[in-house]
Write a protein that binds this ligand. Structure first.
Ligand code: ADP
Length: 482
């Protein structure tokens, strides 16, 4: 069958992925552009500031080193810093060292600035950092260039070299990085284009990778919906898909089993309904057509078959009601002992001398349960014991008290059940031996009704059986104590 909407999901996935990728790229690009346009200069200045301060600290720590001059040159050249050292004992200060290196001449400090740096540094406790717009002092001396809207960073330290006070001045220029910005802008444009292309490609590849196993699963699920329970879901790719496949495989297996059970059920029910109906019809026709056949025996056969039919219909109704939960469990306190005794005496009346029925108990015990349903359990178990009690025809009901539980056992003297069949007797329609033994009245639903009811009471139950000796069916209930 063609599903016109079968292509939609993968398209939607692709669109969504594309949106996510483009969104992600937009955030990255936005962050990059913002960094470049707004924060780049500030960031650069901050880095240079930290750099110059670190250099000053380094020099201070090593000022008494024998190699100090070489060290100063190295620091100056490596960090693009102009370094000057002054003795401050007399004004004007005497210059002890100056790294000219490859520094811009405009970084030179004029004597009057030097004094003001000194005073300010003294006020700040020997450490100071000055950040000034590129000094207008130089106008007229030096050609104006584009770097003039930057700042000069001057880091000053006052210290002693053992004999007298010296002033260390480190100076560097932080100019707006115009040319770099232009280059970066160009790079950013390339990155933008690359990211968009990459987003599209990635979303196409990913959507294909993600949707392919989903498409496969969809195809197989459609087959499953078409009642093909042999499909196996085996697509690989990522764990979620593998888990989904495993779940669907279990579902397919369960559906297959359920469908098989349903077919068996229909076959069994129709067989069981048809047989008594055919018999009733047959007997009735014989009685109508053949003179002298209108006897009690034939009438009894019709009554027996009608009973079988109504039992079957009742059992079917019971089990479907129990399973659908249509009838809630209505619990009350009642004497389980009296209940068992009543049912047993009903059977005793029915079969009079044919069976040996006994009830063994020490005291009367009450339980809190659904009386009607527990009666049904007892009725089904005792009726099975009677039906399958073999030639000895002995049925024994025993009540045992086990702590806070009471156990009822229904034993018979029948042929027992083979161990490998024991697990199946609780299944609907399961009958040991030949499927439709008409010698024994039974619908094949009795024990599954028992199971449903006891499950609803959260009761433990079971069976022990020995072939040739007999079977004992048992169940436990909580003893009700006030
Ligand atoms: P049925 O109506 O056929 O008795 P049940 O569900 O009550 O259906 O029982 C299922 C099957 O379990 C029976 O057909 C029978 O083969 C087996 N079974 C049940 N009770 C006994 C028993 N007391 N002794 C031997 N076999 C039993």
């Amino acid at each position: 069958m063609k599903h016109p909407e079968s292509k939609k999901p993968s398209k939607r996935l692709r669109k969504k992925l594309l949106m996510y990728f483009l969104g992600f790229s937009a955030i990255i690009l936005g962050a990059l552009w913002l960094m470049q346009m707004v924060f780049l200069d500030d960031l650069y200045k901050a880095i240079r500031t930290v750099g110059i301060e670190k250099s000053a600290e380094y020099i201070c720590e090593n000022i008494n080193d024998g190699e100090i001059v070489a060290l100063l040159d190295e620091v100056a050249n490596q960090n693009d810093i102009r370094i000057e050292v002054y003795g401050t004992n007399a004004v004007p200060f005497t210059q002890i060292y100056s790294s000219v290196g490859n520094m811009d001449l405009s970084l030179e400090i004029l004597p009057h600035r030097l004094i003001s740096y000194y005073n300010e540094t003294c006020n700040q406790g020997g450490k100071a950092l000055f950040s000034e717009k590129i000094d207008s002092d130089f106008q007229g001396y030096l050609p104006k260039n584009e770097s003039q809207d930057g700042v000069d960073l001057t880091c000053v330290r006052l210290m002693s070299n053992g004999k007298s006070e010296i002033m260390l001045v480190l100076r560097t220029r932080v100019t707006p990085i115009e040319s770099t910005v232009t280059t970066m802008r160009f790079i950013l444009i390339i990155i933008t284009v690359l990211l968009v292309v990459l987003s599209v490609t990635m979303s196409v590849i990913l959507s294909w990778k993600l949707s392919k196993p989903l498409k496969d699963i969809n195809e197989k699920a459609k087959a499953l919906a078409g009642e093909d329970y042999s499909v196996t879901f085996e697509g690989r790719g990522y764990r979620e898909i593998e888990e989904l496949n495993a779940t669907l495989n279990v579902a397919a297996r369960e559906l297959g089993l359920a469908s098989k059970l349903r077919e068996e059920l229909i076959a069994n029910v129709s067989h069981d309904l048809r047989t008594p109906l055919t018999m009733i019809k047959g007997y009735a026709e014989v009685m109508r057509d053949i003179p002298g056949e209108m006897n009690e025996e034939n009438l009894q056969a019709i009554v027996d078959e009608s009973t079988r039919l109504s039992n079957l219909v009742n059992d079917l109704l019971d089990i479907s009601k129990l399973q659908s939960g249509a009838v809630p469990v209505e619990k009350s306190v009642f004497s389980l002992t009296d209940c068992a005794s009543d049912i047993l005496s009903r059977f005793a009346n029915l079969f009079q001398q044919q069976y040996t029925l006994s009830f063994d108990y020490q005291q009367s015990v009450s339980v809190y349960a659904d009386k009607k349903r527990i009666e049904q359990v007892l009725y089904n178990l005792i009726s099975n014991a009677v039906n399958y009690s073999g030639e000895k025809k002995i049925v024994k009901v025993t009540q045992r008290i086990m702590g806070d539980k009471v156990r009822l056992e229904v034993s018979d003297s029948g042929q027992g059940i083979e161990p490998e069949k024991l697990a199946h007797i609780w299944d609907r329609y399961y009958r040991v031996g030949s499927n439709h033994q008409r010698a024994v009245v039974g619908t094949g639903l009795g024990l599954s009704i028992v199971k449903e009811i006891l499950d609803k009471h959260n009761s433990h139950f079971g069976v022990t059986s020995q072939t040739g000796v007999g079977s004992t069916f048992w169940f436990d209930l909580d003893i009700y104590s006030e």
